[in-house]
Design a protein around this ligand. Sequence first.
Ligand SMILES: NC(=O)C1=CN([C@@H]2O[C@H](COP(=O)(O)OP(=O)(O)OC[C@H]3O[C@@H](n4cnc5c(N)ncnc54)[C@H](OP(=O)(O)O)[C@@H]3O)[C@@H](O)[C@H]2O)C=CC1
Ligand SMILES: CC[C@](O)(C(C)=O)C(=O)O
Ligand SMILES: [Mg+2]
Ligand SMILES: [Mg+2]
Length: 355
Amino acid sequence: MTDSDSTFDTEVYYDDDADRAQIDDKTVAVLGYGSQGHAHAQNLDDSGVDVIVGLHEASSSRSAAENDGLRVETPAKAAAEADIVSVLVPDTVQPDVWEDIREGVEEGDTLQFAHGFNIHYNQIVPPAGVDVTMIAPKSPGHLVRRNYEAGEGTPGLLAVYQDETGGAREEALAYAHAIGCTRAGVVETTFREETETDLFGEQAVLCGGVTSLVKQGYETLVDAGYSREMAYFECLNEMKLIVDLMYEGGMGEMWDSVSDTAEYGGLSRGDEIVDEHARENMEEVLEAVQDGTFAREWIAENQAGRPSYTQLREAEKNHDIEDVGENLRALFAWGADEEAEAESDEEKTEVRADD
Ligand SMILES: NC(=O)C1=CN([C@@H]2O[C@H](COP(=O)(O)OP(=O)(O)OC[C@H]3O[C@@H](n4cnc5c(N)ncnc54)[C@H](OP(=O)(O)O)[C@@H]3O)[C@@H](O)[C@H]2O)C=CC1
Ligand SMILES: CC[C@](O)(C(C)=O)C(=O)O
Ligand SMILES: [Mg+2]
Ligand SMILES: [Mg+2]
């Protein structure tokens, strides 16, 4: 068993590198039918792999999976029948689900994850004889499905924590092929590296950092007497347009596309905003991820019934910028499309919740 720090240097695996024979005659249990679960299950099924979705008897997702033409069993039954068990329930419930299914996970089977939290922080200790792998799409689950249906792929990470059969890596690559990740490219990493970089990224930059930057910018303009609408457009709405350019062609494409005034202003002022102090804070956030402080806090928060999480969510929902945004999105054409999409997603969720 190894979980070294090896960083990809970087070989990227594509469709031709995967041997689908490693999965085509196997049964995959997909536990959970949420963001990642519905995408993996449907993509595997469309790729011709035998799939059973594992959901508890009272699960609100059952009818959605059944309506999508998939066979649904309890997690324990699905896992017992499967050769590969893809654990796609929320990270916080995975240890309990593992207790439910462990009896049915036999020597030669594979436990497959999309994020390494529970293995890396020892919340699930897999038995000997079982392969433990990860295919982590670097994207929200709904895009994993949307890209697959469009004939495109989603980039992903592959990691092997335990290779008892000698075939763990090849099987994981075949799984990545079947969910569409090798269409875009898959790179190899470790459970440790994926877990720590994923948690750092979502806290410091992607989810935490960006929303705080947007809110601070918005509040600075509104407190200085500018209109809420102008502050919203400038600090939130235009963020997508700028990020789209960086996504397509890196920071260079974005700098090329904005005015010279914006480029000079941004290059000369950006580091004053996200400065050395922000960097020190980032290092602290990373340290708390690395030494397990964040993981212990998150586990305890769940055990206590999520008091802080609930409060933080409520405060975010009630921020003035959300109110302005809702009104503006309803008024503009781009908002109409997105609202329709959101409503259709909401309807799907409601259908799931109703059943
Ligand atoms: N969200 C994302 O895009 C990404 C997620 N990941 C990783 O993928 C994994 C899954 O995350 P995500 O897709 O967000 O999860 P979701 O929160 O979307 O999963 C919800 C699903 O899990 C089911 N579920 C909840 N509790 C249980 C339980 N006790 N037993 C059985 N099923 C249960 C829910 O059923 P019900 O509706 O009945 O509650 C629902 O079907 C995690 O490891 C996450 O870190 C990795 C990359 C991106
Ligand atoms: C950025 C958030 C994420 O890590 C993801 C979609 O990759 C997650 O945990 O949802
Ligand atoms: Mg992520
Ligand atoms: Mg994550």
